[in-house]
Design a protein around this ligand. Structure first.
Ligand SMILES: Cc1cc2nc3c(=O)[nH]c(=O)nc-3n(C[C@H](O)[C@H](O)[C@H](O)COP(=O)(O)OP(=O)(O)OC[C@H]3O[C@@H](n4cnc5c(N)ncnc54)[C@H](O)[C@@H]3O)c2cc1C
Length: 614
């Protein structure tokens, strides 16, 4: 956005240019969430709530039953946590169940499952063992199978996909010690040799999940630059790399707060020779590939988070009823009751969002980049609050390790381990802060596309005039409509209608607000993260209300009449957050916070950091 801002630093401009060049610019299919940010609730896009076909559901049910039995008989998550090892028999058993080829089409030896069934599997595994869920998802959501399925050539598919059906594991290597959220800092290079028939990859990749046990990796590396508009532009290319290739060294296995069983490490590449045929999507298209892979890959974390939230609901319910203090079960004390209400209502909303977005991915007729990001952000953030509240409900027993609980014969629920395992979800596959920026960029895209020509230095005065007239004509029709009262009645069960009318009104209020903020800050809006964050948070909760209402309506029609109560509680809680965000959009506290942060960075409050051991 602030590409047009002349005051930004050269580094920041280059980072933004690279991100812009890598984003998918076209909106081929409609997006419910995009419209929501622009004052339109395109209800038929999500209602009736999509349902799995009987056949697809049966396939999933049968597989889940087999997998659950296998995991219970062969995998002890506490032992994985204690030893840092997922036993070999589990890798073998999962391989035999084709759990490393869940979404790979049958013609290449895979199970050929839908996104919904894949996410149901990850949901189940995540509720039992975080490390095993990450083993499966790092391989299939971002590892080699997904980009190959989406962008691979027939030769590449034939060569690599059948291996995953035989139990080969893959990994995704993007991050480097100096390149986390910002890939511009990437320094791993792929230098063409032998007339460009091969590339020599050199550099280091950090935190590569499964990297230590993988047979193949997707490696992002910098290839020779291109000249775009007279300027050199960094090119990032994705390569399939076999881990047996000479020059690959595992330097270090990383250890983390949680997920002790994942085989994650620092990998060094020294002149690793890779043939040109191993490029996926094309030279210079690596970042685009990563972003497009993540559009679907990101749907796994909402499903995993929902599995964990349901596990928390189960623990919190049992303990709140069983544990008595001050003459009553703790669940009857209002403070704990409110926590239980929050856990139940938000688990319900997460469930709605996860299955709605997964079904959208299977449908393939909707653009899901925004919906997936909203679901990832919403579900990972709330699953963290949910595990935190579950720990509070469990009291001291929540903080005690599972082996200690077991040793003294106490009720065994490994809340402490699950909490350690869950925290990373707010960081991987796009941190919450980067999700805010991504969602804001995509949500503002229709406005930015209209203003691009006006603000660009590459367009002529005549083109600018034409764009100005077109924008004027569009906004003179669009903007007044945002002020009209809504008379729409949604075709849902009675208690839900009012919440959808609220969404209708708030969506138009949000669209007006976005427009006003754009006029107010213009080129500087990108830097106003406090404003963008509130816009994104409002959009997230509006989307969640829509998903929850569509889901509740579906469940009610299928006999689950009290689903309305969960939806109602969720809608009211989300409503409170939305109103707070609208009210505080130009918050003095935010401005004060930023001012204090500047002083913190200049070390002006060093007097506060005394009498501590550092
Ligand atoms: C357990 C684990 C597994 C992982 N698995 C993989 C993997 O398989 N493959 C892989 O390639 N990588 C993997 N990663 C890396 C992960 O994707 C990165 O940690 C993540 O992208 C964030 O990068 P970073 O940690 O360097 O944080 P940084 O980018 O340094 O960010 C630090 C903080 O600053 C914030 N921040 C950064 N830029 C901005 C901005 N412009 N505006 C506002 N806030 C900002 C971030 O949100 C964050 O809070 C893994 C990491 C871990 C810990």
């Amino acid at each position: 956005m602030s590409l047009f801002d002349k005051n930004i630093s050269k580094e920041k401009r280059e980072s933004l240019e690279l991100a812009e060049a890598s984003r998918e610019s076209e909106w081929k299919y409609p997006s419910f969430a995009l419209k929501l940010f622009h004052g339109i609730v395109d209800w038929p896009l999500i209602h009736p709530f999509p349902q799995q076909s009987v056949q697809d559901k049966q396939l999933g049910d049968e597989y889940l039953a087999k997998l659950e039995k296998f995991l219970k008989e062969n995998l002890d998550p506490d032992e994985v946590d204690r030893t840092g090892i997922i036993p070999q028999k589990v890798y073998q058993g999962l391989g035999a169940l084709k759990a490393f080829a869940i979404k790979i089409p049958k013609e290449y030896g895979g199970l050929g499952f839908s996104q919904v069934n894949y996410n149901r599997i990850i949901h189940l595994v995540a509720s039992y063992c975080g490390s095993t869920a990450v083993l499966l998802s790092a391989h299939q959501s971002i590892g080699v199978p997904q980009p190959l399925k989406l962008f691979g050539t027939e030769e590449q598919k034939k060569k690599f996909l059948p291996r995953f059906a035989d139990g080969t594991i893959s990994a995704f290597a993007l991050t480097e010690p100096d390149a986390g959220s910002d890939p511009r800092n990437m320094s791993t290079t792929a230098t063409p040799v032998e007339d460009g028939k091969y590339f020599l990859i050199s550099g280091e990749k950090l935190w590569c999940t499964n990297g230590l046990v993988a047979g193949v990796l997707v490696v992002m590396a910098v290839t020779p630059p291109k000249i775009v508009h007279g300027k050199e532009q960094k090119q990032i290319t994705a390569f399939i790399v076999e881990t047996g290739t000479p020059g690959i060294e595992i330097v270090h296995r990383c250890q983390f707060m949680g997920l002790h069983g994942i085989q994650n490490g620092l990998i060094r590449f020294k002149n690793v020779k890779v043939p040109r045929e191993n490029i996926i999507l094309g030279e210079g298209e690596g970042l685009k590939l990563a972003l497009m892979t993540l559009n679907t890959g990101r749907l796994t974390l909402p499903a995993a988070s929902t599995g964990i939230a349901k596990w928390c609901l189960n623990v919190a319910r049992q303990w709140s009823a069983k544990r008595k203090q001050w003459g009553a079960p703790i669940g009857e004390h209002e403070s704990i009751a409110l926590k239980l209400g929050y856990i139940a209502s938000h688990t319900f909303a997460m469930d709605a969002m996860s299955w709605l977005t997964s079904a959208m991915a299977d449908d393939k007729k909707k653009d899901i980049r925004l919906e997936a990001a909203l679901a990832k952000y919403f579900c990972t953030e709330h699953s963290w609050t949910i595990i935190d509240e579950t720990m509070q409900i469990r009291g001291g027993s929540g903080y005690e390790t599972s082996s200690s609980l077991r040793a003294r014969g106490a009720d065994y629920w490994p809340v402490e381990r699950v909490m350690r395992d869950v925290r990373i979800n707010l960081i991987i596959e796009g941190t919450s802060e980067i999700m805010h920026l991504f969602i804001a960029r995509e949500a503002l895209d229709p406005h930015l596309s209209r203003s691009k020509v006006l603000l660009s230095s590459h367009t002529s005065a005549a083109e600018k005039l034409k764009a100005f007239m077109a924008a004027g004509a569009y906004y003179s029709l669009w903007y007044p409509k945002l002020w009209l009262p809504s008379l729409r009645s949604y075709p849902v069960a009675e208690p839900l209608k009012a919440y959808l009318s609220y969404v209708d009104e708030s969506s138009r209020r949000l669209a007006r607000d976005v427009f006003h903020q754009m006029l107010r800050y213009q080129k500087k809006l990108e830097a106003k993260q406090s404003v963008l964050n509130r816009i994104v948070d409002i959009g997230t909760d509006l989307f969640a209300i829509c998903a929850a209402c569509a889901y509740a309506d579906h469940l009610m029609k299928n006999g689950q009449s009290n689903a309305a109560e969960l939806a109602e509680l969720f809608c009211r809680q989300a409503h409170e957050r939305i109103e707070t965000n609208f009210r505080d959009e130009s918050s003095f506290v935010d401005r004060l916070g930023v001012r204090v942060a500047k002083k913190v960075l200049k070390n002006e409050f060093s007097w506060l950091e005394t009498d501590i051991i550092t």
